[in-house]
Design a protein around this ligand. Structure first.
Ligand code: FAD
Length: 476
């Protein structure tokens, strides 16, 4: 006999736990099933632990360069074990905050592995042993994704890591690190280990890092990483990993057909993407339509099975925690028959182009953040734009902190001067992009964005300067 709920949610990452909170606030009965730890990838193996270690490694890096600010210290060192302990504490504190929220609300948390069966029934293999059946008026699949491991020769050698395992490494053995892949996870790990004085090499098979980010940003990023001493091979693939005299080497084969190069690899991180794992999610009596390896959904995130929804990394084109959370909110509002409190994209007044309002953040040094569209995409749509550019060389706060590399670029639709996009590479870009996402979501114009003052000295003043620059430019 199945227990009945308004909503049964599988997976307690940002997608699942946000959906559970929202549904409970709307008075719906909710069961949330999680096989591992509450918080999912983001809290336990993703956003929070990486940013904690990035923060710690950045402190070490800053201390090595503090003499220029009149601060000196005789001895600078890091203790990787202690850094990991601090990271674990940050993760646990964040997770406990979520768990405390569930205690206050009336959500049934079920620890176990769930399988979707027909008629919106969910079979749970309980962590404590035994089996239970639940039935939801709606079921939300929020089971996330797992790291892709490539099966080139040598991929199974000890010393080849994925991000889950590397984040949990207890001791330091990373004087040299080769990273396969040049996406966001790769460049953030490269930054972290470079801060800790590792010799880092990145090998990316696309022509530039961070594809599909626009070329202007990726070329700037590559320059910055190289300036810091990180070796970057683009348009090349690691085709073999070898163990020689107790250490790893790898063969890097350029895509242009020129000869392969053998390099000392040290430890190797495979960061070549993440794929949804639905192998054990579906019972024999049900199948769901798939698209490009992900669960296919319609514009309301409903799968091919009526009443079954899929959100976050298991279905989304963009694998980000805030996208999973926003989709969770959207779906629960749909199930509860409530108006939507969140927009996933907007078509500003008088325009025919749908603008994505998902901020994309990369926690490199300097940080990178983008939202909306680029000049290249505007051109593709035939949209005339004004582009404003501000170099952080001329920003007071950047001069004070010695972080003068970087820029802010803003795009406005040329006739209405409505903001349509931003690309930033500068300190605190990941915090400042929120202002632009809000402006795009509300269709603000350059004039409206300029009404309020920006405090001096702040990095934020760069946004004001980029708006002024855009208004001086001719449309392109
Ligand atoms: P997940 O967070 O993956 O949660 C899915 C949950 O479902 C897991 O807890 C899993 O155990 C559970 N589950 C799976 N199958 C079952 C089952 N059958 N039964 C029960 N439970 C099940 N995103 C950002 O926005 N910002 C960042 O800075 C960022 N940094 C990242 C760094 C790294 C190293 C990684 C790997 C990812 C990062 N991400 C970041 C991506 C982000 O973590 C994901 O986009 C986000 O966690 C997706 O949320 P989700 O709810 O879809 O799935």
């Amino acid at each position: 006999m199945a227990r009945n709920y308004d909503v049964v949610i599988i997976g307690a990452g940002p997608g699942g736990y946000t959906a559970a909170f929202k549904a409970t606030q709307f008075g719906l009965s909710v069961a949330l099933i999680e096989a591992k730890k509450i918080g999912g990838t983001c809290v336990n193996r993703g956003c929070i632990p990486t940013k904690a270690l990035l923060h710690a490694s950045d402190m070490f890096h800053m201390m090595q360069n503090c003499d220029a600010f009149g601060v000196s210290t005789d001895f600078i060192a890091f203790d990787f074990g202690k850094m990991q302990k601090y990271k674990k504490q940050a993760v646990a504190k964040y997770r406990e905050g979520i768990e405390a929220g569930f205690e206050r609300l009336d959500v049934d948390i079920i620890h176990g592995t769930a399988r979707l069966r027909r008629d919106r029934t969910v079979e749970v293999e309980l962590a404590e042993g035994g089996r239970e059946f639940l039935q939801g008026n709606a079921v939300i699949l929020a089971t996330g994704a797992v790291p892709i491991m490539n099966n080139i020769p040598g991929a199974d050698l000890p010393g080849v890591w994925n991000s889950d395992r590397l984040l949990a490494a207890e001791s330091w053995n990373f004087d040299r690190l080769t990273i396969m892949g040049g996406g966001v996870i790769a460049v953030e790990f490269a930054t972290m280990f470079n801060n800790l004085c590792s010799q880092v090499t990145i090998v990316e098979k696309q022509k530039h890092l961070m594809a599909p980010m626009d070329d202007v940003m990726s070329v700037e990023l590559e320059k910055e990483l190289r300036r810091k001493g990180i070796k970057v091979y683009c348009d090349a693939t690691v085709t073999e990993i070898l163990e020689e005299e107790g250490s790893l080497s790898c063969i890097i084969t350029p895509n242009d057909g020129s000869g392969p190069v053998k390099t000392r690899a040290g430890q190797i991180l495979m960061a070549i993407g993440r794929r949804p794992d639905v192998s054990r999610l579906l019972g024999k009596d049900i199948s769901l339509d798939m698209k490009d390896g992900k669960i296919a959904v319609d514009s309301d995130f409903e799968t091919s099975e009526p009443g079954v929804y899929a959100i976050g990394d298991v279905a989304a084109r963009t694998q980000l925690a805030h996208v999973a959370a926003a989709q969770g909110t959207y779906v629960v509002e749909k199930i509860a028959g409530r108006p939507h409190s969140i927009k996933l994209e907007v078509v500003p007044n008088g325009m025919f182009v749908s603008l994505p309002i998902v901020p994309n953040c990369i926690y490199t040094d300097p940080e990178i953040a983008t939202v909306g569209i680029t000049e290249e995409i505007a051109k593709k749509y035939g949209l005339k734009v004004r582009c404003g550019h501000f170099s952080m060389r001329d920003n007071g706060k950047s001069i004070i902190t010695g972080e003068e590399h970087g820029f802010i670029r803003l795009l406005f639709e040329a006739y209405s001067n409505t903001i349509v996009g931003a690309q930033m590479m500068c300190p605190r870009a990941t915090d400042m992009i929120g202002e632009i996402a809000t402006a795009i979501a509300n269709g603000l114009t350059a004039q409206e964005m300029s009404f309020a003052m920006r405090a001096q000295p702040t990095y934020n003043e760069g946004i004001g300067a980029a708006i002024e620059d855009a208004m001086r430019q001719n449309p392109v």
